[in-house]
Design a protein around this ligand. Structure first.
Ligand code: KIV
Ligand code: ZN
Length: 385
């Protein structure tokens, strides 16, 4: 099985979520949990951005003992120096340098010609390589860059010593077929005397961040970047828990493995949710509150007979204690009877039938019935006897 490396940027791109701020202590706590989860590289921050970010990256570099710790830098010498200083104590440091390559970024943001972009990539990757063993280069807005120029930019970074090439779909513009083909094209056309790791970095503006990341993997990417719960700028980044579980559940298809300890997924998600203040939507894949809940009678009956009828992921796989069968107006007699039994009552067939009719009448007026509602129904029946 091919090994896919997981690069987590919750502490850098994830912190770019409007309204989210992690303090130094929280960042260290999150980094330790990411290490525990099995992340291969943690992008700890952007040290030149602020003194606070510098100190947080430094604290993470000191606290993390196994995992690689990365820091972001623009193609500017002071950025690279600041990242070097922040990562000085890291057991396994890595720099992540980026420069935009797309026409709109070249013309309107950077005001640089193609030749100037290539020179900057060459000079700054070369400089970074003099300080770091592992250099990652990202051509920002890669998916909106002319293919031939993107190849030139990537080849320039490789020639200057980058060994990891990350291809950002910065504005979530790509489609899975297109993004996958881009990886195939670049991997087929680069020249390198040493192995190059290709990495995906997707944003979710069109809701395709996970699909795009998986398409990149299908087309030769050996590394995936993203965040926990998919937090990040605008619509967010690839949700790493989705990729990790998709690779595991569909290993028949992807033929890939990762170092992620899936049973730590819920703990990791809960911690990010609590410290970021961003609640996970109930219907979110893998870790949403409804991901293992079944309300309709037909589904409940199936799940009670064999959970695999409607569950492709066992909740325990990702650290969720159990599935649930919430009772509402669509629920059936099977789940209702099981619930009454679980609440400690022994009822005859006739009594259960009578209770079920009353339950349906109540459920028509209420969204979901709680244990309290069910106890009330049963005690009403007892009083009528
Ligand atoms: O989305 C993006 O382009 C980025 C880069 C800094 C890699 O986050
Ligand atoms: Zn990004």
């Amino acid at each position: 099985m091919r090994k896919i490396e997981f690069f987590d940027t919750t502490l850098r791109d994830g912190e770019q979520t409007p309204g989210v701020h992690f303090n130094k202590k929280e960042k260290v706590q999150l980094a330790l949990q990411l290490e525990n989860w099995g992340i291969d590289t943690i992008e700890a921050g952007f040290p030149i951005a602020s003194q606070g970010d510098f100190e947080a990256v430094q604290a993470i570099a000191r606290a993390i003992k196994k995992t690689t710790v990365a820091a972001l830098a623009r193609c500017q010498k002071p950025d690279i120096d600041r990242a070097y200083e922040a990562l000085e104590d890291a057991v396994s440091p890595q720099i992540h340098i980026f420069l935009a390559t797309s026409p709109i970024h070249r013309r309107d943001k950077l005001k640089l010609s193609k030749a100037e972009i290539l020179r900057s990539i060459h000079d700054h990757v070369t400089y970074a390589r003099s300080l770091f063993e592992i250099v990652q280069f990202s051509p920002e807005d890669a998916s909106r860059t002319e293919k031939d120029f993107l190849l030139e930019a990537v080849q320039t970074a490789i020639d200057a010593g980058a060994t990891i090439i990350n291809i950002p779909d910065t504005v979530g513009f790509s489609t899975p077929t297109e993004y996958g083909e881009l990886f195939r094209y670049l991997i087929e056309h680069i020249h390198s005397p040493h192995p190059i790791t290709f990495s995906s970095h997707c944003h979710d503006d069109l809701g395709m961040a996970t699909a795009n990341a998986l398409a990149a993997i299908e087309n030769g990417a050996n590394r995936v970047e993203g965040t926990v719960n998919g937090i990040g700028e605008r619509a967010g980044n690839t949700a790493l828990e989705e990729v990790a579980v998709a690779l595991y559940i569909r290993k028949d298809f992807y033929q890939c493995a990762s170092n992620i300890t899936l049973a730590e997924t819920k703990n990791t998600s809960d911690l990010v949710s609590r410290l970021s203040g961003l609640h996970v939507p109930k219907n979110k894949a893998i870790i949403g509150g409804n991901a293992y809940a079944h309300e309709s009678g037909i589904h409940q009956d199936g799940v009670l007979k064999n959970p695999e009828t409607y569950e492709i992921i066992t909740p325990q796989l990702v650290g969720v204690a159990t599935n649930s069968l919430p009772l509402g107006k669509l629920s059936g007699k099977h789940a209702f009877s099981e619930k009454i039994k679980a609440l400690g009552y022994t009822k005859s067939k006739e009594e259960l039938q009578e209770l079920f009719i009353q339950f349906k009448a109540l459920a028509d007026k209420k969204n979901q019935l709680s244990d309290y509602d069910l106890h009330a129904l049963v005690s009403e029946q007892i009083h009528q006897e």
